[in-house]
Design a protein around this ligand. Structure first.
Ligand code: MN
Length: 732
């Protein structure tokens, strides 16, 4: 690690002007002044004035050739978090762009990584990216972290370890993904120094002690390789470089061996003209030196996630030592050095749709220092929504969960556990209670509130976003409906059997029931009852099998004789509740059955004359909707049963229907309308009238009618009256 010269306002401005000659440095000066003032009473742990830190961060950003807003943000990045300065103030003085960047960095600083589990680290890295909608936020954060790492010696050992671990788990991999390899290397070596100081200093000592020896060795091997390739008329550049500490350390760890050999510190690089030459060079090397088995890697055919391409091999070199060699083209070398994140999108597998844009900006990231004089132009292209399709949220324990964009607390609950989802009644986000349909944002801490009495509802399907949650809710609803159909089917059968002095229990025990079911391709009794509940099998059909025809005839005959026999108490109960719900008895026939509890959908309020469908519902019985009712169509079609109006009951049926009459406001209106309705021999259950500002009257009547024909008469009679604008039947 090179010792860095102290950054000052002047070094920042000079660096900026070196790649952006037209830069207006006034804003940078103003930001430096603002930050100096804001941090005037603060000191770094080292005892230095605080302003040194943001100045260093801004300097690194300038060295990365970033734009003015990024450099200004580098200077301001800690002011909102650590001083009295506010975002409003910063927006006023430095503009919207800077204010947004400062806000982005401040938000990133607030999240702390809590576990060191590998998968969590990966999710956390994604979250950091997701929270930085602007790539510059990440770059500023990386430079901030680099300076923090460089000044870590002044902190307590515990803090050194925590910050280093976080840097190693989160920020170094992000730098690697962005392809900024020098930043990754610096961060990793600093982490090693604090996480494993013994190993670090031992390595440092060995490397410096063998400096001359190392350089001699490097020159010698590079020369030999160059000559060998020359023998095959290949033009190649060969060089050797010392590997960074952390990579040596990792290698030692992998081999669980101590580090001693000079050749372990060095990697050789052969740069040739094209891909064919790469493989040719590999051939020459392998023909000359014996390759170490299992050490050859073809990153040309299979590039690394960040776009890195090379051939890697290890051979037994001129002195019988292992020599690591990388072979690549100049173009591959540029990518490896300058950084490319193009293929990182492919790795996540989620950017296919937008990858064109992403690839474009990455290409520009590679080339911008060549072609673009105005970095602003470049920066416009990097303001992309990274991971726009995902949100990353915390569990109360600090674990990170990945959910699709637009996900709600219900999705989160089902992601935790099906039971948590099924029992979810509410959620807290960052400690505040929010509605279930609330959309989660990256960085939210989500706590699910459950209740043992809660059950999933159909409406949840409209709220949830993940297929997992949808599947679980559907499965629950389906099970519920099956349970209900099961219950209903048993009831219907029990009732039918009881009329012939049988019970389900007896028929089950004797095996009659199962035999009866075999005719209908059901596998077991449960399926049989469900089929009856859903109306696919009629109780009569089962009855045919269980009670012999002769026996039924005999019983029926006996019944006729004892005409006054009381109805079973069960039936009485059903009728009683049916009557309570509807003034109409036996208005509907369900699949040739009688005595089924009927309810009418309040949404469409069917009338005799309307074509109708029935649905087996929760609780017992069947709900009747008009054939066109949207709510009816919404129902699970599996629960659908055939229903029709009972023509024999015609004359006994009376249904209450609402009608609305809009007319011009005139005296005596209500009386006139009431007379008109009564004249059709129809009773009025209630009447209500209100007038509007534009001199209209809206009347609402509840009338008792036997069927649609009678209703139509009433509607027509009202329509015919003078001053009436509109007459309609109200559904719902
Ligand atoms: Mn900072």
């Amino acid at each position: 690690m090179a010792k860095h010269a102290e950054a000052t306002l002047d070094t920042i401005c000079n660096t900026l002007l070196s790649y952006y000659p037209d830069a207006k440095v006034d804003l940078v000066r103003k930001a430096h002044e603002f930050a100096s003032h804001a941090h005037r009473n603060q000191k770094r742990s080292s005892g230095d004035p605080y302003i040194i830190h943001p100045t260093e961060v801004a300097q690194t950003l300038a060295e990365l050739k970033l734009d003015i807003p990024s450099i200004v943000t580098g200077l301001l990045h800690d002011t909102v978090e650590d001083t009295d300065a506010t975002l409003e103030e910063i927006e006023k003085l430095f503009g919207r762009d800077v204010a947004e960047l400062v806000d982005g960095v401040t938000k990133l600083n607030k999240i702390t990584f809590k576990t060191s589990e590998e998968k969590q680290a990966e999710n956390f890295r994604k979250m950091v990216l997701a929270m930085s909608k602007d790539i510059r936020v990440i770059l500023i954060k990386l430079c901030d972290r680099l300076n923090n790492m460089r000044t870590l010696e002044h902190l307590s050992s515990a803090k050194q370890k925590t910050i280093s671990q976080e840097t190693l788990d989160i920020y170094a991999p992000i730098a690697n993904r962005l392809g900024i390899s020098w930043l990754k290397i610096d961060l990793e070596d600093l982490c090693l120094r604090y996480l494993h100081p013994d190993a670090y200093y031992k390595l440092a000592q060995k490397v410096s002690k063998k400096k001359t020896e190392r350089e001699d060795y490097t020159d010698e091997v590079a020369q030999i390789l160059h000559e060998k390739l020359g023998e095959y008329d290949m033009r190649a550049t060969v060089s050797g470089r010392a590997k960074h500490f952390y990579s040596i350390y990792k290698k030692m760890e992998r081999r669980s061996a101590d580090f001693d050999q000079i050749n372990d510190m060095i990697a050789f690089r052969i740069i040739v003209e094209n891909i064919t030459e790469c493989y040719k060079a590999l051939g020459v090397i392998h023909a000359t030196y014996k390759p170490v088995p299992g050490r050859f890697k073809d990153y040309i055919a299979m590039p690394k996630a960040n776009g890195y391409q090379s051939l890697h091999t290890t051979v037994i070199g001129p002195h019988g030592e292992r020599v690591e060699i990388q072979i690549r083209t100049q173009e591959m070398h540029n990518v490896a050095e300058s950084g490319i994140a193009a293929h990182w999108k492919y790795k996540e597998g989620k950017f296919d749709s937008s990858s064109r844009e992403n690839i474009e900006w990455v290409h520009r990231l590679l080339e911008w220092n060549k072609d673009l004089l105005d970095p602003n132009e470049f920066m416009e292209t990097v303001k992309i929504d990274l991971f726009a399709e995902d949100v990353f949220v915390f569990t109360p324990k600090g674990e990170v969960r990945e959910l699709p964009h637009g996900a709600t607390p219900l999705d989160f609950a089902y992601a935790i556990h099906t039971d948590v989802g099924n029992k979810c009644v509410g959620a807290k986000i960052n400690g505040k209670i929010i509605p279930l349909k609330h959309r989660l944002k990256s960085g939210d801490t989500v706590e699910i509130i459950t209740s043992p009495t809660q059950t999933p509802s159909k409406d949840w399907l409209k709220i949830v976003k993940t297929s997992r949650a949808k599947a679980k809710i559907r499965a629950y609803i389906k099970t519920q409906e099956r349970d209900r159909a099961h219950q209903l089917g048993k009831e219907l059968l029990e009732r039918s059997l009881k009329a012939f002095d049988r019970t389900i229990a007896k028929a089950e025990k004797s095996g009659e029931m199962l035999r009866a079911g075999q005719d209908f391709q059901v596998r077991n009794l449960e399926e049989l009852y469900i089929a009856v509940g859903y109306g696919r099998i009629l109780p009569e059909q089962i009855l045919d099998q269980v009670v012999p025809k002769e026996e039924r005839e005999a019983i029926r005959k006996a019944r006729k004789d004892a005409d006054k026999e009381e109805a079973p108490s069960f039936l009485k109960k059903v009728f009683a509740s049916a009557q309570k719900r509807s003034p109409t008895k036996n208005a509907i026939i369900v699949s040739n059955l009688s005595d089924v509890l009927i309810r009418f959908g309040r949404c469409c309020n069917p009338l005799p004359g309307d074509s109708v469908v029935g649905f087996i519902t929760r609780g017992r019985g069947v709900t009747v909707h008009t054939a066109t009712c949207a709510k009816g169509l919404d129902n699970d079609q599996e629960r659908r049963v055939e229903v029709r109006w009972n023509i024999q009951e015609k004359g006994n049926i009376v249904r209450i229907v609402k009608i609305r009459v809009v007319s011009i406001d005139q005296p005596g209106l209500l009386a006139l309308m009431s007379q008109t309705i009564s004249a059709c021999a129809v009773n009025i259950a209630s009447a209500n009238i209100r007038t509007t500002k534009d001199k209209k009257a809206i009347a609402l009547f509840e009338v008792q009618v036997p069927d649609t024909g009678q209703l139509q008469k009433v509607l027509s009679a009202l329509e015919a009256k003078q001053g009436v604008i509109l007459v309609e039947r109200v559904r719902s």
